[in-house]
Design a protein around this ligand. Structure first.
Ligand code: DAH
Length: 344
């Protein structure tokens, strides 16, 4: 055996022992660096070629290369062995396939919808039917049937979206009063939640698309007391059992008399002052109401000498903003993650 062969045999023996003792891939890599790395043991042997007996020198490079190839082959084998062992170890982990996975993120009911549902529930408890109507309305239903005169500013193209000269995106849910009455003889008790559209510039208090809920009750002997009683009940349902409600005289072409519905501010409880929710007045207006105008009843074929009725219309964004203390109406349509989370 030549001197070089003896050196390489000893090196290979140490290499084999080191590989056998390496438990994992990082340890194997250390072995690789120690033997085959740039300043490893093999490099040291190459540097020693000049010190070999002269007869061994010419073939030394070849002999070393052959030894290195053998080392590399053993290393590769060892590497796939530890990889396989690691894989097997991980597969051997006890996995309980019946264990429930992480819960899926739940969605939340949008506050507008939540308010609409609560109002619908309240009124259906009192025998009302829930209707929905078209968002594209005839100009006649949106305005004329509601005693809104031809020169009323709401009828201007500047204030309403016309899709045709005689068709408009409904500016309120009130046209459903006419549709509901034309389709049903009295007595009638309905509520109608839905989308409405106005040509408003978007800011913290306005969107061009918003929601209202309309209420209508017509029959023999129906009077303002019914309106008051049911709306006070609705507000207590929405704002809590001690909510105070105020009816403030107002004007709408389709009701006579008419009243705005105010609720005592749920944030400051009516104390006003610096309150941002009510602007300091202690009250918030949530909609309009009144006794259905005789012209409206006549227009749908009801006899105002036989029956009377009341109606109201409330803005759902308004109610939700006051109830949840939201100060910017745009939040309802921005779809920010978590917006509706925690609102009850
Ligand atoms: N439609 C009215 C609006 O959008 C609200 C309204 C007022 C509805 C009085 C009614 C009512 O039914 O009686 O401003």
């Amino acid at each position: 055996m030549t001197e070089l062969e003896a050196t390489l045999d000893a090196l290979t023996a140490r290499f084999d022992a080191a590989v056998a003792a390496a438990p994992d891939a990082p340890a194997l890599d250390e072995v690789r660096v120690a033997f085959l790395g740039r300043s490893g043991e093999v490099t040291a042997v190459r540097r020693g070629i000049g010190a070999l007996p002269p007869a061994e020198r010419p073939g030394a490079g070849k002999v070393i290369n052959a030894a290195v190839e053998a080392l590399e082959a053993k290393l590769a084998q060892a590497q796939s062995r530890v990889e396989l062992a690691e894989l097997e170890a991980s597969l051997g982990d006890q996995i309980d396939v019946t264990f429930p996975g992480p819960p899926a993120d739940l969605g939340y009911v949008h506050p507008i919808r939540r308010v609409a549902i609560e109002i619908a529930r309240y009124f259906t408890r009192h025998g009302f039917a829930v209707l929905s109507g078209p968002e594209i309305e005839t100009e006649a239903n949106n305005f004329d049937a509601l005693n809104i005169p031809p020169d009323h500013p709401a009828r201007e193209g500047l204030d309403s979206f016309y899709v045709r000269p005689d068709r408009v995106l409904r500016t309120h849910t009130s046209p459903m009063q006419a549709r509901a009455m034309r389709a049903n003889p009295p007595p009638i008790a309905v509520i109608v939640p839905g989308r409405c559209y106005r040509r408003d510039a978007v800011d913290a208090r306005h969107l061009y698309m918003f929601h209202q809920v309309e209420g209508l009750m017509v029959g023999k002997g129906v009077h303002f007391g019914h309106l008051k009683g049911l709306l006070v009940g609705m507000c207590r349902e929405l704002f809590g059992p001690d909510a105070d409600v105020r009816f403030r005289p107002s004007f709408f072409p389709f009701t006579e008399p008419s009243a705005e519905i105010d609720v005592k501010c749920p944030t400051c409880r009516g104390t006003g002052g610096e309150c941002r929710t009510c602007g300091g007045s202690g009250w918030i207006e949530i909609g309009g109401s009144g006794m259905v105008h005789p012209n409206v009843l006549r227009g749908v074929g009801y006899d105002p000498d036989e029956v009377a009725g009341w109606a109201f219309g409330c803005g759902l964004e308004r109610i939700a903003m006051k109830r949840y203390d939201i100060h910017d109406i745009r939040a309802f349509v921005e779809n920010a993650p978590g917006f509706a989370e925690g609102l009850a």
